[in-house]
Design a protein around this ligand. Structure first.
Ligand code: WT7
Length: 708
């Protein structure tokens, strides 16, 4: 079975051929976690690393950071007003911030720059063109096929295309506040489509191109989008991703509303895509824009008007539509980009994330363009045609900032330093990491082999809900880093470490990560479900929590003696697979749809490349026998309900599942067995006294998972 993550995430290499779907547990799986823990412990001892050269940039010293940070929390209004004034406001805001994180004192809300009107697209494009930067490149576009040259987009060209597309959307009846679903490959036109929505005040909701028709349909339905922008398809490595086919199928599955218009970008030669459009509903992007008026007036929107919805998984229920609004998001995305990546004139920046995820929203589309930067967009995968692709692109475009995920680093690290040879990477100034904790081994490799010990590693902790980077070792000349440590809060961010009761801990400590004051791009709502918003993120008065009940908190965190923050990973039932959040409940729902399945429980386990893999325990109905066919059917079920990246790595036929007397599945035990298999010790299993039927655990240990 080909690991689908490579395709979906665009970040990882396909896994090395594993022994045929066998009963063999790869040695690395069992030892990986122990290795990671030991490794982390070794560096915790306070190893600090200082890059040999980093130029004085947007922040000149740690003292300047300290001074700015102090100002940002002492007087957030003055701090953010100064910054906000460098953007175009059609009408200036009256009040910088008003927020409440305490539900016992009234509704939870966060409002920034109220009274102001502006437009993201205007600030990202028109403003720069008006300032004479129209000929500067906004996007270089690297094809999947190495050597195939594709045209770059200047700011002026981007603006021209966006205006035509925005008019085409208006022509399709899209008005301010309407939702438009984008299901596209990672090409510059995806960012342009987002900007076209923003220009007319429409709310974009991008669905990552690796999702299945079922998953896309449920998101179109939840957002009630009548217009979809998609593409015929795209080549990712050797694989053709037929986006149109999926979008077409999704449109047929949507209930309660009709997809009235689909705008379809042509990215493939017609004989390859084989797409024939549905008359009356579908129109080619090229035809729609050619027919549209070249000039599109900007819709000025309120600072608190919604900008986008992005669906994300939680530990329970269906994915949540995380809603971000205009003014605060604009200011925060731009400011974090400026300082976190230390953008300088002439730099070419490259973030490998897809715009289907928040990283692509804030650090491909909005942050870099708001800063007037030039960046590279790559539609392929780093492993194609070989593991040297990323490094050759760094040289070809003279990339100054490379922002990628630990899973990609680990995948490339496995190939050794061979693929690095023949590339100089001398243009690199800093290296970024996002999506999951970066293990010290990967950190070291990235730092030493990729960056030649010259470049800071900017390990950015944040979430879809936070809209922008929250905790980060900002790149500052002479500043030291601790491998694997996210270090310091960004301006205006006030982290807190709390216990399960919601009490804040002081000094060096460990607990759950929470944030105790609003920042400009705080999540504003769960689309269509304010109740869920308040209950999920603000169950404890005064704090934004990083995960959901019943665990009250998603990310574990340690604050060391120097006050630096270490993110220790999810503590709730969310799995982080290659930097993508997958709710265990979502995968379980997909598995139990199969008629032969009585019950299923899904947990994560340490995976050497993906960070976490998906491990499913399946109990079959009476009389049904385990078989390869059934196992394959369950994997297919996950692929079709969610997407290829949610395919399980391990299927464990479980005679039954360990439960408490009240019938709650004891996931803690399942996680231990998944991580350690037969070697699991009684100690590791912890307290099993609440088990309704203790022998179940021994049966589980005696049986085994099947690595796919
Ligand atoms: C979750 C958010 C942030 C954009 C990409 C993922 C984990 C993210 C780090 C990091 C440790 C990290 C957390 C977080 N995470 N970055 N640098 N160190 N953990 O966005 O899908 O909303 O996932 O990713 O667990 O809660 P997301």
């Amino acid at each position: 079975l080909v690991v689908a993550t490579a395709l979906s995430a665009g970040l990882v290499l396909p896994r090395a051929a594993s022994p045929s779907a066998g009963l063999v547990r790869p040695a690395h799986a069992a030892t990986h976690r122990a290795a990671v823990v030991a490794e982390a412990a070794a560096v915790v001892a306070s190893e600090v690393v200082t890059p040999s050269e980093f130029p004085a940039g947007n922040l000149r010293s740690l003292a300047e950071y300290d001074e700015m940070y102090a100002r940002s929390v002492a007087d957030p209004s003055a701090f953010w007003a100064d910054i906000a004034d460098s953007f175009h406001w059609e009408r200036r805001f009256d009040e910088v911030v008003d927020a409440n994180f305490d539900s016992t004192k009234g509704k939870v809300f966060s409002s920034w720059f109220s009274g102001g009107t502006t437009n993201l697209c205007y600030n990202a494009l028109d403003r720069h063109v008006a300032a004479g930067k129209g000929d500067q490149v906004a996007f270089y576009h690297e094809s999947n096929e190495e050597g195939e040259e594709l045209p770059a987009w200047t700011y002026a060209q981007a603006l021209a295309e966006v205006q035509r597309l925005a008019n085409a959307l208006r022509g399709a009846g899209v008005k301010k506040g309407d939702r438009v679903t984008l299901f596209m490959p990672m090409v510059p036109q995806l960012a342009l489509a987002m900007l076209a929505c923003a220009r007319i005040g429409a709310v974009h909701t991008v669905v990552f191109g690796g999702f299945s028709a079922e998953a896309l349909a449920s998101r179109i339905e939840d957002a009630a989008s009548r217009v979809v922008i998609t593409a015929d398809g795209v080549m990712r490595g050797k694989k053709l991703v037929g986006l149109y086919e999926i979008a077409d199928k999704a449109a047929g599955l949507v209930r309660g509303l009709e997809v009235e218009t689909q705008i379809v970008l042509q990215r493939l030669p017609p004989d390859v895509s084989g797409v024939s459009l549905k008359p009356g509903r579908d129109v080619w992007w090229g035809d729609a824009t050619a027919a549209a008026d070249p000039e599109c007036k900007v819709e000025w929107v309120g600072a608190e008007d919604p900008l986008f919805i992005l669906y994300t998984s939680g530990s329970t229920g269906k994915p949540k539509g995380v809603l971000h609004s205009t003014g605060g998001y604009m200011v925060y995305a731009a400011t974090t980009t400026k300082y976190v990546f230390d953008l300088q004139p002439g730099d070419v920046y490259f973030c490998t994330a897809d715009c289907g995820w928040i990283t692509g929203h804030s650090y491909v589309t909005y942050g870099p363009l708001l800063n007037g930067a030039s960046q590279l967009v790559f539609e392929g995968v780093p492993s194609y045609p070989d593991a040297g692709r990323l490094w050759r692109m760094v040289d070809k475009y003279t990339i100054a900032q490379l922002y990628t995920a630990p899973t990609a680093i680990r995948a490339l690290m496995r190939e050794g330093t061979g693929p690095l040879q023949g590339t100089s990477r001398s243009s690199l100034k800093l290296l970024g990491s996002v999506g999951e904790p970066i293990n010290p081994e990967a950190w070291r490799w990235y730092y030493e082999e990729v960056g030649g010990s010259r470049c800071p590693i900017v390990d950015t902790w944040w979430q879809t809900e936070t809209g922008g980077v929250m905790i980060v070792p900002l790149p500052i000349q002479g500043a030291s880093m601790k491998p694997g440590c996210a270090m310091r809060p960004f301006f205006g961010v006030q982290p807190a470490v709390i216990n399960e009761q919601g009490e804040e801990k002081e000094g060096a400590c460990e607990g759950l990560l929470a944030i105790k004051a609003a920042w400009p791009s705080t999540i504003r709502d769960v689309f269509g479900d304010y109740e869920r918003y308040q209950q999920t993120y603000f169950p404890i008065p005064g704090f934004y929590l990083t995960g959901e009940p019943p665990r009250r908190g998603g990310d574990g965190c340690r604050r060391d003696e120097d006050g630096h923050y270490w993110i220790t990973g999810r503590v709730d039932d969310v799995i982080n697979v290659s930097g993508h959040r997958i709710g265990t409940a979502e995968v379980e729902s997909a598995v139990v749809l199969h008629p032969n399945v009585a019950e299923a429980a899904v947990v994560g386990y340490p995976h050497p490349v993906k960070g976490e893999g998906i491990y499913i325990y399946v109990t079959l109905n009476e009389g049904v026998h385990e078989s390869d066919e059934l196992r394959k059917a369950l994997v297919m079920q996950c692929r079709s309900e969610i997407g290829a990246f949610a395919a399980p790595d391990v299927v464990h036929w479980a005679p039954s599942l360990p439960k408490t007397r009240s019938g709650k599945i004891m996931r803690r035990i399942l996680r231990k067995i998944a991580a350690s298999g037969k070697e699991v010790t009684a100690d590791e299993l912890g307290d099993t006294s609440t088990l309704a039927d203790p022998p179940v655990v021994d049966q589980l240990i005696a049986s085994h998972g099947i690595w796919l």
